[in-house]
Design a protein around this ligand. Structure first.
Ligand code: PLP
Length: 420
């Protein structure tokens, strides 16, 4: 028998199969340990800090004393802990239960799901919308359902991982254009004329640099070469543009962008969930064909209740979104006056550019010692030599919070030689 060849003593049939199972597990552990060691060795190990309070501008973190000022959540509008958002989630939980125990097309669609889809399409001024468990799923589910080997997809090289994965799953011809480079996009569009449909896919706002896609130029190239435009608005929905509709509103091209994917897990209450909004026929097709929609559980009622209230608040008034704009300007201008270089344009993602990975890491640690939670990013998450600390501003930071953050940066920057 197989085991007998390895061992010098005989084993029964049962002992032999359990030996084989243990050997397989030992082999797996060996492979995993060496993989984990290579992650540690590359300095890219991600550890998680444990928050012991609600998400918000002031949090409690395990291992740190007192309140921490939080500048690294995507809670752009502060709605994650908004009392009306929480109440709406609780009411939906009470009335509609913990969850559906079903996918949408079997018995997982409640009136609240249909109402939320209607509200999302009204918010974005599109024909229809479809909910997913996350925007990752929305991105994973759209390209394969929509595009065939006859078609082409043209994707910005710095698009989010979920767009990259979604595109990998589809059989269309794939083009990757240089980040926000319209000459390169045009060259690729010319080459893609031989295909049936062309779809340009870009993040509306890019989360590592806080830069905003040149959608006016993208849309005019799309018109010239008869292409569709898809944007991922995770870092734009709720706060970019005069009414927080997103990058397309900010840049005046709401009527030229065909498909919007976004998340309910950032500015819109921060619970979870994602969606696609666009032409009705496209949404109808996704309900029939999109695999993460068809084969995954419905959004839980509490999550639907929270997102629905967040959208109500934003459709009633643009005051929250405008307050975030003012706070962002305050932070960016005070940091620039202190001598820091902040990347991106007017976005609440404010990357403080430092260059060296080591500098970003020690400065972020020193900021936490001063009670301010910010995160350093370095290679391979961002290019070599472009390490930074990413600060994210929220509408619920007070002016005092922002000033404290700038003062701490100035102190820590001087200490480590990032400022003269
Ligand atoms: N797209 C972008 C640009 C993101 O930043 C994220 C989240 O980090 C996602 C998609 C995925 O969103 P979700 O958290 O809803 O899956």
């Amino acid at each position: 028998m197989w085991c007998s060849r390895l061992l010098s003593y005989p084993l029964s049939r049962g002992q032999c199969s359990s030996y084989r199972a243990r050997a397989a597990l030992a082999q797996l552990n060996h492979v995993l340990e060496s993989e984990l060691e290579s992650i540690r060795g590359a300095g890219t190990w991600k550890s998680e800090r444990i928050i012991t309070s609600k998400q918000g501008p002031h949090i409690h973190v395990e291992g740190s004393r007192g309140e921490i000022l939080n500048f690294c959540a995507n809670n752009y509008l502060g709605l994650s802990s908004h009392p009306e958002v929480i109440r709406s989630g609780l009411e939906a939980l009470e009335k509609f239960g913990a969850g559906l125990s079903s996918v949408r097309f079997i018995c997982g669609t409640q009136n609240i799901h249909k109402n939320l889809e209607e509200k999302i399409s009204r918010f974005h001024q599109r024909e229809d919308a479809i909910l997913y468990a996350s925007c990752f799923d929305a991105n994973a589910g759209i390209f394969e359902a929509l595009l065939t080997p006859e078609d082409a997809v043209l994707s910005d090289e710095l698009n989010h991982a979920s767009i990259i994965d979604g595109i990998r799953l589809c059989k269309a011809n794939k083009y990757r254009y240089k980040h926000m480079d319209m000459q390169d996009l045009e060259a690729k569009l010319q080459d893609a004329q031989k295909h049936r449909l062309r779809l340009v896919a870009t993040d509306g706002a890019f989360s590592m640099d806080g830069d905003i896609a040149p959608l006016k130029e993208v849309c005019s190239l799309a018109q010239k070469y008869q292409a569709l435009v898809f944007i991922d608005e995770c870092h734009a929905t709720g706060f970019l543009g005069p009414n927080g509709r997103g990058t397309d509103e900010l840049l005046g091209v709401m009527d030229q962008v065909d498909i919007v994917n976004s998340t309910l897990g950032k500015a819109l209450g921060g619970a979870a969930g994602g969606y696609t909004t666009g032409p009705k026929a496209l949404i109808d097709l996704l309900r029939q064909r999109s695999r993460p929609y068809l084969f995954s559980n419905s959004l839980p009622p509490a999550v639907v209740g929270c997102a629905s209230k967040a959208l109500d608040l934003l459709m009633e008034s643009n005051a929250i979104a405008q307050s975030m704009v003012a706070k962002t300007r305050r932070f960016r201008s005070k940091m620039a006056a202190a001598g820091f270089s902040i990347s991106g344009n007017d976005h609440p993602i404010c990357p403080v550019m430092l260059g060296e990975a080591q500098l970003a890491s020690v400065m972020a640690d020193d900021m936490l010692e001063r009670g301010i939670y910010v995160i350093g990013f370095s290679y391979p998450v961002v290019p070599k030599g472009k390490a930074r600390i990413r600060v994210q501003i929220s509408a619920v930071h007070s002016e005092d919070d922002i000033d404290r953050c700038v003062e701490a940066f100035t102190e820590v920057g001087r200490k480590h030689g990032a400022l003269p």
